[in-house]
Write a protein that binds this ligand. Structure first.
Ligand SMILES: Cc1ncc(COP(=O)(O)O)c(C=O)c1O
Length: 294
């Protein structure tokens, strides 16, 4: 468990042009299962233990086909819990294989995320387990407030002007924003969403699909913490892909698609600022998106 967090931060050397602010990228893909979600899985399970709703050898349930599924499976395996992951039909067989290799059970559903959510609730009830529900769980925000944000603050010496982050559950940007705004009032918080997404445009809108970022829903954490976000920026799939490739080629940053989206906006903000420091994350690794680089 001690391997979670404490990730390195690197500065862009080649994509940054003269006259731009410096850009620092925190490499969250260095976490054990390859994403920032190891932090929240640790916290969500830890909080359930503290609240006494998760007993030794108990069951944790989550609805996720993405990074969180792997993180929950990994943390549960480390701590001796049984993990049940409800995934949407069509999830990558490689990812399902890895979740199973970690000892977790996988339940596939066909009705999209709503169906996954309902099924996860039912399973948790039947098994006497805990439904973690990252989209609504305060421990998601707390994980980033207490770990990611503090690390950023220490690694930058508290000197930063903007934080740029893609919004999926909204946990990362909410937790980091809350901490930074307490410590450095003038820091600007910029949220990144897929072009056409529901967050800026309202329910019913379905944005371009950038894995990990919310394209057709408005997470409850966003509803609770939206005032911490100073500005939203939209990014298209193609731009995210181009910047993901540029990060690999010119910076050796092996981030995934949302890293590309983050960098696209971080560079724009750095240009606007002209000086100072912009911080963003590489939430996961290109190894999850090899089909997009071949
Ligand atoms: C690859 C990737 N990037 C970004 C995010 C967004 O992070 P958060 O859920 O903390 O808003 C996620 C969340 O699922 C993700 O998997």
């Amino acid at each position: 468990m001690s391997l979670v967090g404490g990730t390195p931060i690197v500065e862009l050397k080649n994509l940054r042009k003269p006259g731009m602010a410096r850009i620092l990228v925190k490499l969250e893909y260095m976490n054990p299962t390859g994403s920032h979600k190891d932090r929240i899985a640790t916290y969500m399970i830890g909080e359930a233990e503290k609240q006494g709703i998760l007993k030794p050898g108990g069951v944790v349930v989550e609805a996720s086909s993405g990074n969180t599924a792997l993180s929950v499976a990994w943390v549960a395996a480390q701590l001796g819990y049984k993990a049940i992951l409800v995934v949407e039909e069509g999830a990558s067989p490689v990812k399902i294989g890895l979740i199973k290799a970690l000892g977790a059970k996988v339940v596939e559903v066909s009705g999209g995320y709503e169906e996954a959510l309902k099924t996860a609730e039912e399973i948790a009830y039947k098994e006497g387990g805990v439904f973690l529900n990252q989209y609504d769980n305060e421990a998601n925000v707390k994980a980033h407030y207490e770990t990611t944000a503090r690390e950023i603050y220490t690694q930058t010496g508290g000197i930063l002007d903007a934080f740029v982050m893609g919004i999926g559950t909204c946990g990362t940007i909410a937790g980091v924003a809350m901490y930074l705004k307490e410590k450095a009032e003038n820091v600007k918080i910029i949220g990144v969403v897929p072009r056409g997404a529901a967050i800026p445009r309202g329910l019913g809108a379905v944005g371009e699909r950038i894995e990990g970022l919310s394209h057709d829903g408005i997470p409850n954490i966003y509803r609770r913490y939206r005032e911490l976000i100073d500005r939203l920026e939209e990014v298209g799939f193609r731009e995210a892909l181009d910047y993901m490739r540029d990060a690999i080629k010119f910076e050796g940053i092996m981030g995934g698609l949302s890293t590309g989206a983050n960098l696209c906006i971080a560079l724009r903000v750095a240009e606007e600022l002209g000086r100072g420091v912009v911080v963003t994350l590489a939430p996961d690794s290109v190894m999850r998106y090899l089909h997009l680089v071949s």
